[in-house]
Design a binder for this molecule. Structure first.
Ligand SMILES: *[C@@H]1O[C@H](CO)[C@@H](O)[C@H](O)[C@H]1NC(C)=O
Ligand SMILES: *[C@@H]1O[C@H](CO)[C@@H](O)[C@H](O)[C@H]1NC(C)=O
Ligand SMILES: *[C@@H]1O[C@H](CO)[C@@H](O)[C@H](O)[C@H]1NC(C)=O
Ligand SMILES: *[C@@H]1O[C@H](CO)[C@@H](O)[C@H](O)[C@H]1NC(C)=O
Ligand SMILES: *[C@@H]1O[C@H](CO)[C@@H](O)[C@H](O)[C@H]1NC(C)=O
Length: 569
């Protein structure tokens, strides 16, 4: 009995010791438990953020331009300039009877036609004259259109001469259009007319430009420690829904916002990326207005001949005066034309052709800064290939995004490329590389050894034009400051170019959005000491198909033009 109790008490003792050590273990490891709990929480958030990204974007976040944070306060001069700019690119407004028309009442390129004037009767054409073609638009039922607003492209070319020039289209607002071409070469010249979009489709594009600036959404990843979340970002976000992170640029005042992540601060933004494109932008039967082969970039056929034979320039003074007086009001001046496959700038110096050695000689001692979208990155890539001793320096940047740098230390040539600030549709830009062109320009010393290339247009096509005007205004100010402090600096601006369009691309990137932005760019940089590379005309005049990234032969012509300017003969 006594021994039994003794052994029992021994067991109780062991039990208590075990229990105590268990408790001790529990308390000493409570930290670990806390950590485990945190991990579970952060995994939950990671899970949530991945779910979140799947459901991006979170419904429409229309740019409400009445909210002052979307637009900066503008001075009276700026407001006046904006009004003039918008007026200069005004497109005919829809007629009451042209809204909601059925497809059969819309412009049909297959039924439409053009005639070279004079329609009957013969005429002699000479270099230096202008050629006019009259376009008659008809609907799908073969009835003449009675209002304007169709988006047409006109080109005059000769395939055996490797020649081409952009024509100018005048909208008579009654269903007829004049296409006017300068006659710049001797020999055959053929007219090519294209309907890019019927006016009814342009109304749709205008509507989604104003109402759906969220149709290409943006997003940023926020991360700190184990927590991470992805949220939606844009130029403007509604202020009344969720807390925002305000990334408005302190120097330029360019707005940029993201929804604030729930458990992270706004300082934890890691990157920026384009979200998935928003679909279902069209209502009712609007999709019928955007059909490949039917009413997107479809040729309009001639009635009668589509070509003329151009004779040598007439030396007779009276004749020249007479012909220029007659067409004085519509005298058109293209920025250049192709002949034998090479671009000849009008009103500029002589175009040179650059090969590896002459390009190296021309760029010797120069630093070339390139800012903008992928269309200026093409120039970086082209020069990097052309100049044999240029070696790309590995900055470990993401492919196609940059920043990129190439060095030729033998000839002291440096090329740098950096993308423009938001809105930028690249995937994925590190937050620290999100820089505005204007701020980068302010950081340059400049001088005769400095060349600056700027191309910024494509990523603005989903926003109202005012957004682009504001951006160009900041860039223009920075260009003026740069030219003031270092007058030898060469600044080259690249205009927008035409691109391949299908029903989907049209809604985000249509040439109609580009032509509107391009009009603004030209007007805003007119009179400034910058070289404009007219990518619009260089892609319109060329025979190769339109492409967002123009083919190498067009890039070569652009670079030849720039280098001819840097190193005139
Ligand atoms: C925005 O302002 C314009 C005039 O400034 C007004 O016509 C319009 O109704 C306003 N829109 C909203 C949503 O408040
Ligand atoms: C356009 O037509 C659709 C249906 O055909 C109709 O629901 C809509 O209200 C019309 N819109 C206008 C502005 O007339
Ligand atoms: C359209 O307008 C032009 C220019 O005003 C005019 O010359 C032409 O006769 C008009 N055509 C029709 C069909 O009304
Ligand atoms: C964001 O910051 C800018 C500059 O600090 C300020 O002007 C703007 O009002 C802010 N936006 C919002 C919505 O608070
Ligand atoms: C490059 O062009 C220059 C003239 O611009 C010419 O003298 C030279 O021979 C050319 N070099 C080559 C390799 O074609």
């Amino acid at each position: 009995m006594g021994t039994m109790w003794r052994s029992l008490s021994k067991y109780i003792c062991i039990f208590f010791l075990l229990a105590l050590s268990g408790l001790f273990f529990l308390f000493s490891n409570i930290n670990i438990l806390e950590k485990l709990k945190c991990q579970a929480v952060s995994m939950f958030y990671q899970h949530q953020s991945s779910i979140h990204s799947v459901f991006l974007p979170e419904g429409p976040s229309p740019l409400d331009r009445n909210q002052s944070y979307c637009s900066q306060e503008s001075s009276p001069e700026e407001a006046l300039e904006e009004r003039d700019l918008l007026e200069s690119i005004a497109w005919p407004q829809p007629q009451p009877h042209s809204v909601n028309v059925s497809l059969k009442k819309t412009s049909d390129p297959a039924h439409s036609l053009f005639v070279i004037l004079p329609a009957e009767g013969r005429r002699e054409w000479h270099v230096g004259d202008q050629l006019e073609a009259l376009v008659h638009m008809y609907d799908f039922q073969g009835r003449p259109k009675s209002y304007g607003g169709d988006f047409l492209l006109a080109r005059l070319h000769s395939s055996n001469l490797g020649a081409g020039v952009a024509g100018q289209v005048l909208d008579h607002r009654n269903g007829t259009y004049s296409a006017i071409f300068p006659l710049l070469w001797q020999g055959s010249a053929q007219v090519e007319m294209t309907l890019v979009h019927p006016s009814e489709a342009v109304h749709v594009l205008r509507r989604i430009r104003e109402e759906r600036p969220d149709r290409i959404p943006f997003q940023s990843l926020f991360r700190s420690g184990k927590l991470s979340q992805t949220t939606v970002c844009n130029l403007c976000l509604p202020t009344n829904q969720k807390p925002l992170c305000n990334y408005t640029d302190p120097h330029t005042g360019e707005p940029w916002y993201c929804y604030k992540p729930k458990l992270l601060s706004c300082d934890t933004r890691i990157n920026h990326a384009r979200g998935p494109y928003v679909n279902h932008l069209l209502v009712n039967k609007e999709a019928l207005l955007f059909q490949s082969g039917v009413n997107i970039k479809v040729p309009i056929h001639p009635s009668g001949s589509d070509s003329v034979i151009v004779l040598p320039e007439k030396k007779d003074k009276a004749d020249v005066e007479r012909s220029s007086m007659k067409t004085e009001s519509t005298r058109i001046t293209p920025s250049g034309y192709y002949f034998q496959g090479s671009w000849r700038a009008l009103g500029g110096g002589v175009m040179r052709q650059f090969n590896a050695s002459s390009a190296t000689q021309c760029l010797k001692g120069k630093v070339v800064y390139m800012y903008g979208d992928s269309t200026v990155r093409q120039w970086f890539e082209y020069l990097n290939t052309l100049v044999p001793d240029l070696k790309e320096f590995n900055l470990y940047s993401p492919k196609n995004v940059g920043p990129f740098m190439a060095v030729d230390s033998t000839h002291n040539i440096l090329l740098k490329y950096r993308c423009h600030g938001p809105p930028i549709r690249f995937n994925t830009v590190i937050a620290s590389e999100m820089r505005y062109v204007a701020n980068e320009l302010d950081g340059l010393t400049g001088g005769s050894k400095t060349v600056v290339f700027i191309s910024i247009w494509s990523h603005f096509s989903t926003f109202p034009v005012q957004v682009y005007i504001r951006r160009l205004r900041h860039i223009r100010r920075a260009v003026v400051r740069l030219l003031d402090r270092a007058s030898g600096t060469l600044v080259v601006m690249r205009s927008a170019n035409l691109q391949a369009l299908d029903p989907k691309v049209s809604l985000y990137n249509s040439d109609w959005f580009s032509v509107q932005l391009d009009g603004v760019l030209r007007a805003m940089f007119r009179g400034l000491d910058v070289l404009l590379i007219d990518a619009w005309e260089m892609t319109l005049a060329h025979h190769l198909p339109h492409s967002l990234h123009p083919p190498p032969i067009i890039i070569k012509n652009m670079i030849d033009m720039i280098l001819s300017h840097v190193c005139p003969e």
